[in-house]
Design a protein around this ligand. Structure first.
Ligand SMILES: Cc1cc2nc3c(=O)[nH]c(=O)nc-3n(C[C@H](O)[C@H](O)[C@H](O)COP(=O)(O)O)c2cc1C
Length: 259
């Protein structure tokens, strides 16, 4: 076949495409396990950091993250409607996001401003242990911002209302606007605020403008400037997951019965 013929060009291009697609698909399949392991490690690091068990700027190796997580965190699967622990499921392999997608393990969520579409029957909670007692509870939260679903963790003190931290591990809000949810300065504003009012109604809210100090203005957090819609999304998602369709029954049970 002549090298400058159209047939040669087509055959050559097809061969190159074939080789490339085999390379791309085999690396995608081959790296899947590694990606999953890295995702789990990243979640563990986020749980540790929202609970204040990783200092700002502290760099931990893979084994340090895993061992600190094992020592200090007890993951549990909770049945959302009753708030009871479900010991029949292994929290290390339970995938809440997958459970929320599967009709057999979830239900359509009632209409809600956080725009959560499906509610898993069961969810994960992470108990932060100190001297063999629960010091904090870390809850996974999610809901719509402006452009994307924000996924994160809320750490509550064992009194179930004092916020110890809030962090997001996945979103696609605009860097510099909604993306400021990741700003360490903004994240420090959450500590010491109260999630609930005295009647245990979820009250925490990101307001437009500046909030007062936690002692005098416990239910408000500064808004993100130029990102009112993301700020509102954060309020909605927290109120949803602290409410009756989210972890409300679990937190009530925790207050009444302990861990
Ligand atoms: C390119 C672009 C990206 C934006 N990204 C966000 C965002 O991530 N989050 C958000 O709340 N608003 C974002 N906005 C602004 C919103 O459209 C809206 O104007 C804003 O939330 C209103 O907030 P303000 O009342 O504080 O100005 C973006 C606007 C533009 C033009």
């Amino acid at each position: 076949m002549r090298r400058d013929s159209p047939l040669y060009t087509i055959c050559f291009a097809t061969l190159v495409c074939g080789i490339c697609s085999v390379l791309v698909s085999s690396s995608a399949v081959g790296l899947r396990e590694r990606q999953r392991a890295n995702q789990i490690l990243d979640r563990q690091l986020k749980v540790l950091s929202v609970a204040g068990l990783v200092g700002p700027g502290e760099r931990l190796s893979r084994t340090e993250i895993e061992s600190r997580f094992r020592e200090r965190i007890q993951p549990k699967v909770v049945e959302l409607a009753s708030g009871a622990y479900d010991e029949s499921l292994d929290p290390d392999t339970f995938d809440q996001r997958r459970a929320a997608r599967d009709p057999a393990t979830s239900r359509p969520a009632p209409e809600n401003p956080a725009r959560v579409m499906r509610l898993p029957h069961r969810a994960l909670v992470f108990l932060v242990m100190e001297n063999n007692t629960v010091a904090q509870i870390v809850l996974p939260v999610e809901g719509m911002g402006l452009w994307s679903t924000l996924y994160g963790f809320l750490a509550l003190d064992k009194d179930t209302t004092t916020i110890r931290g809030l962090t997001f591990y996945e979103h696609a809000e605009t860097p510099g606007l909604g993306g400021e949810v990741d700003n360490p300065r903004w994240k420090t504003l959450w500590e010491g605020r109260k999630a609930f009012d005295t009647e245990w109604k979820p009250r925490i809210e990101v307001i437009k403008g500046q909030a007062g100090p936690p002692d005098s203005d416990p239910h408000h957090v500064d808004g993100l400037s130029g990102a009112t819609l993301t700020s509102r999304g954060v309020s909605h998602l927290l109120q949803f997951w602290l409410g009756d369709d989210g972890f409300g029954p679990y937190l009530k049970r925790f207050r009444e019965e302990g861990a």
